[in-house]
Structures are given as structure tokens and as C-alpha cells.
Ligand binder design. Sequence first.
Ligand code: SF4
Ligand code: SF4
Length: 389
Amino acid sequence: MMIKIALGQTKIFRKPFTGVMHALVFWGFCVILIGSLGMMIDGVTGTIDSLSFLGIVYKIFLISGDVFAWIVLLAICVFFVRRVFLNVKRFSGIEMKHKSHQDANFALSLIFVLMVTLIWMNILAYALSPVEMKEYFPVNSFFGEFFTSLDPSLLKTGFEINWWTHIIIIFIFMNILPYSKHFHVFMSIPNVLLSRLEPLGKMPNMENVTKEVKMIMDPNLAYAAPAASDAPPERFGVKDAEDVTWKNYLDSLACTECGRCTSVCPANITGKMLSPRKVMMNLRARMKVKGPQLLKNKSFEDQKSLVRDYISTEELWACTTCNACAKECPININHPLLILDLRRYLVMEESSAPSGLNLVFANIQNNGAPWQFSAEDRMLWANNLMMNN
Ligand code: SF4
Ligand code: SF4
């Protein structure tokens, strides 16, 4: 799944144009990353081309890095124009604050400068290189030819200015990533690797609650006897950040805020308050407030909770559990699992389900069926049939 969805970027291709652009940027990043790693090792050890021991593999990475630098630069320009000048609906929403847009534009600007400095490094390196190295620059050799007649010391100074700008921006980028939505650069591949492998429509039940429901339905069954391990859970469902699973939290950290989930959500499309992207962003925001305090003091109380203060009950009950969001998400985030757990808390701890559902619950408890009829009356409908026969 990781090879197919994360490295192959297969889900992204559902929107062909942006999909291909995004995939090219991702693959370009993977290739250029190797070159950046080489730069860091060179910088620390004072060597040149420290990764050259990789032989032909290193050569392929360098050559494709020269090509991808231009591809990534062009794709970044297209993304920038889309974000700033085209009114793409999925980039907006109540959860998309000014900071989210600033964050995205800032990251695009940094990547733009990274690619420009990389291209200049390659152009000047070509002009400085001995003949046998010139094949490493299949694209930038075209521009490098214009500089071969310049003074080598001037070329070297130009190369060093771009080298330092490039490496400093890489370090700035790496340091701001954990505080920005671009943290997905680190988190999305592990998140896909750790995807839930069960079918999307399979809802996880609480085992001891399932047993109790079965006991209501048929008290004679053998499984009705409670096992010694049937200790009551500390919490039914999710009320606040500490109740979520580690995977829910990883999902929220990996979210790229791309809005693909919200753009296919039938509740959102029909004007309801629910936005699956907002659910993930709210969990991340709540964990940022509560997480450090919990780690430091073991407990933290600010009279707020994820349910209601961050995600309203109206949003939660608008979900049809269709799973379109989870299917569309390019990094396999599973929103309905969290939404179901938040609703589970409302139902089982606060008894605050919508009135229609409360009636169903009462019927199941009293009659063993969702309808308002007793189980003994179940065959009444067949009375006339039997008499006629
Ligand atoms: S599962 Fe819920 S949140 Fe996801 S797309 Fe369907 S209605 Fe929207
Ligand atoms: S949950 Fe997935 S689809 Fe939705 S905004 Fe986040 S990354 Fe995009």
C-alpha cells in the first residue's frame, strides 16, 4: 500500500492535471533529497561528491536531479498561480484561516528559491566541470555553455553563494516544517504505511458493548456470560484529545490541508457544517494545546473539550459515514473512524443523540429491534396468510 499510494502517488491521479504535477514534485523531491544529503555530508566532512561511492546510482540521481529541478520549478509556479489567482474552491472553507494560506505560500516561495539556487549551482558547476563530468547536467548544460568563458574564480564565487543560500534554506525549511502544514512532508509516508487494512466500511465495535447488546437480543446465548477481562472501559468513545488513538493523532499530523476530503463530502456539498478536513485540523489544534501540558503535568483542564468546543455536535451528526473522504484522501487518513468515536461518546456518556436515534436505541433495548413493536408481535403480519392457507 505504501509503495502504491505513497511512492506511486496513485490516489492523486484522480485529478489528472494537478495529480501529475504533484507527483512530479514528490518524485523530484525524492531525487533532489539525495543530492541535498550529499551536500550536507560534503559540508560537514569537507569533501566533494562524498556519495560518489554509490557509482552509477549516484550518477543517475545527479542526472535526474538536474532534470527534476526544472520540473519542480515549473510545477511550483503553476501551484502558485492556482493558489493566488484562481479561485479553487477546495482551498477555502471555515477552517482555512489566513495563516493556512500564508503558510502554503511561504512554503511554495521557499521551494521556489531552493530550485532556483539548485539550477544556478548546476549551471555554474557545469561551466567549472572537467569534460568527463559534463554529462551530469543534461538540461543545465544548455545554459552552462554561456558561462564557460567566464573567469573560474567568479564562477566559483557564484557557485558558493548559491550553495550556501540553498543549504541555509534547507535548514530553515526543516526547522519550520513541524510548525506548518508542510509537516506532511515527513508524516505522510509513515501514515500510509500504518494505514488500517480492513475495509473502509467496517466499523470497529467495542467488544464488551457488543456482548451486552447481544445479551439484550438473546440472553440464552453462551457468550452472554461476562469474561473476567470484561472490565468497563474508562471512556466510551472520544471526548477530548487524550481519548484518541495514536493513529487518529498521526492522521491529524499528516493532513496536508489539501481539502480533497471535504470536496467529496456529501454533507459539505449539500451545505451542512461538516468538513472532514476541519475535523482533522481541529484534532491537531486541540492536541497542540493539551498535549504538552499532559506530558508535563500528567493532567490539564481548561474547561474545554474536542467535542463541542472544537467540533460541534451539528458537524458530527451531519456525517453519513459514506467513507468518501477516507477513500479520496491521498494519504489514507480515516476521518469516519474519529467521527464515529466522537459520536460514541455523545451517545454512551451523555445520551445526547438526536431524538430520532434515541427512539431507535430505546426500541432496541425494550423490544430487541429498532421498531416500536414487541418481539412477540413479530409474526403478526403473517396471521392472515396462515388463516387463508
Ligand atoms: S464519511 Fe462523513 S465526513 Fe466523510 S465524506 Fe462521508 S459524510 Fe463526509
Ligand atoms: S484529510 Fe486527507 S484529503 Fe483531507 S485535507 Fe487532509 S490530507 Fe487532504
